[in-house]
Design a protein around this ligand. Structure first.
Ligand code: PEP
Length: 247
């Protein structure tokens, strides 16, 4: 399977930031992994235009579960596709916290994404209190079970393990903790989608940066990363792409 370096720009970036995309494309014309950036929706079209013919894919950060209708401020999966996106991040902990996204809603959105022809990146992760209580695997297992849409395959689904306490904090789990969760996820996934689990990309996310990328990418069952802050600068994200290409 081809590994995936995915960047989440969150609510950052205006047209001027597209210079970073041009620098990234120029520095990595043929990376040894897939490269994806998920900018704010306002930049998807412009970023996709710059990515045409390059080894960069573009994604959204959320979508509505419905195909169309009276949902002011929302975007459908088909709209993201129409704007040039190939992927959509779903169930990011910031969306779950700020917009009340349950795993059942994530499942509905992921079903809509697949129906529209997008690849769904489903995010899971425990809070610090849940980890301290020894509930990490139970929490993640329940999120996985409830979030997966019917018919998901290795080609249409990506799972991102993102401990909530590691996002944007500079803190990361130990390598053993990442390994434990990823091997648990692979096994649990195989109970849900059978043989497709072996080829489904399992990303780690949470304070990945150039200095820790290589050791994380060397772990079994880590097939890439979902990167927030370090995806905003071409030099940082490019270093992570290079580390994943070499893993
Ligand atoms: C994220 O937003 O998905 C993320 C992992 O952020 P950061 O890399 O900044 O911790």
């Amino acid at each position: 399977m081809k590994k995936l370096a995915a960047g989440n720009w969150k609510m950052n970036g205006s047209t001027a930031a597209l210079a970073e995309v041009e620098a990234l494309i120029a520095a990595h014309p043929a990376p040894g992994c897939e490269m994806l950036l998920c900018p704010p929706a306002t930049l998807i079209s412009a970023m996709a235009a710059r990515a045409t013919g390059a080894a960069l894919k573009v994604g959204g950060q959320d979508c509505h579960a419905k195909a169309s209708g009276a949902h002011t401020g929302d975007l459908s999966a088909a709209m993201l596709l129409d704007a040039g996106a190939s992927h959509v991040i779903l169930g990011h902990s910031e969306r779950r916290a700020d917009h009340g996204g349950s795993s059942e809603l994530v499942r509905a959105k992921a079903g809509a994404a697949l129906a529209a022809g997008l690849i769904a990146i489903v995010c899971l992760g425990e809070t610090e209190a849940e980890r301290d209580a020894g509930a990490t695997l139970a929490v993640i297992g329940a999120q996985l079970d409830a979030s997966l849409p019917a018919g998901a395959t290795a080609a249409t689904l990506v799972i991102a393990y993102e401990p909530v306490w590691a996002i944007g904090t500079g803190r990361t789990p130990t390598l053993d903790q990442i390994t434990e969760v990823h091997s648990f996820l692979r096994a649990r996934l195989s109970g849900l989608i059978g043989a497709e689990a072996a080829g489904t990309r399992l990303l780690y996310g949470g304070s990945v940066k150039p200095s820790n990328a290589a050791e994380i990418f060397a772990l079994a069952d880590v097939d890439g990363a979902l990167v927030g802050g370090a995806s905003l600068k071409a030099a940082d994200f490019g270093a992570i792409v290079a580390a994943l290409s070499a893993a």
